[in-house]
Ligand binder design. Sequence first.
Ligand SMILES: Cc1ncc(COP(=O)(O)O)c(C=O)c1O
Length: 375
Amino acid sequence: MKKETQCVHSGAYYDSSTRGVNTPIFTSSAFNYLNRQDTPYPRYFNTPNQDTVVKKLCALEGAEDGVVFSSGMAAISTTILSFAGAGDHVILLDDLYGGTHAFATDEFERLGIEYTFVGTDSDSVREALRENTKVVVIESPTNPLLSVIDIRNVAKFARKHNLITVIDNTFATPINQNPIEMGIDIVVHSGTKYLGGHSDICCGFAVTDKKKAERIRSLARHLGGSLEATTCYLLERSLKTLAIRVQRQTENAFRIAHFLDKHPAIRKVNYPGLSNFSGYEISKSQMESFGAMLSFELNELKVNATRFVRQIKLIKPAVSLGGVDTTICAPAVTSHAKMSAVERKRIGITDSLLRLSVGIEEVEDLIADIEEALD
Ligand SMILES: Cc1ncc(COP(=O)(O)O)c(C=O)c1O
């Protein structure tokens, strides 16, 4: 099946008693255990509503098995801790989602886990290798600079050295990028973003092969970040329209990125689909299309970033991303506020950097809104 069809049909639970076309919401947290082995229980990550969304995302990502979590960070932290413990070393990109960056800097030392942050060129990953390296955590395109890493190169290097690779595929979505096909072991998502798609639920995923999924599930049972039935249902409902939403959002972002690129008040646009962007060639080789996230730097001599965000009318200043509404935020005071100012400056997250999550509206309306605020 093609992605559009998988979105609608994969994993669907057919209720033979009512023959309804939608998966029922199974509200039970207690299930009869007699004459069965794998009795469902929400924190065991094996209820019918959890299974349904996991199967759908596995189909879309080309994975064998996976776990659905109550947030993206539950998925990321549980996955990393499933494969790295005291005495191990983890390599992470420096330009990662701020929460993942903060998880490493706030908690790893206490847990006895060594770590190195590296740049997005695959050589830096190579240079960071130690004898005790166990896990490599990457993101591509990254949040918020949209840097692109050569996924196949990282996967090949990691395989050679027996390292587990984890990629955060939130920005690209399974519609635009399938890292498992490129040799990555585990794909994680903040489902709060495109997979949920309407800025109204919080959830996450880790999908991989059967053995690694079992390891992640086993730690997840202790940590307990499970997702309840009604949110699983809402997530399944959203996943049915994932492909068409993301396709439209991507088309809109492509147009807006080209508009901004030509505007005299904009200093720099970060978007993998611009031919003058550093990650353009690699993106073409590993992404189906360039995605719907972009960031840009205003020329502060012409336009002040805070004033611009206050002037914009249709586009909403909001944290989070990936919804049907177009939203904008300043990463330095939102997603990356916990990172030190020195570290932000080093990797290029300036105070005039704005991140745009492009929605499904008519693109001409969005461009008019941006143009008016710039004027
Ligand atoms: C790329 C990326 N990964 C992970 C997360 C964390 O997801 P959640 O907020 O669902 O825990 C976010 C949240 O903004 C994100 O942008």
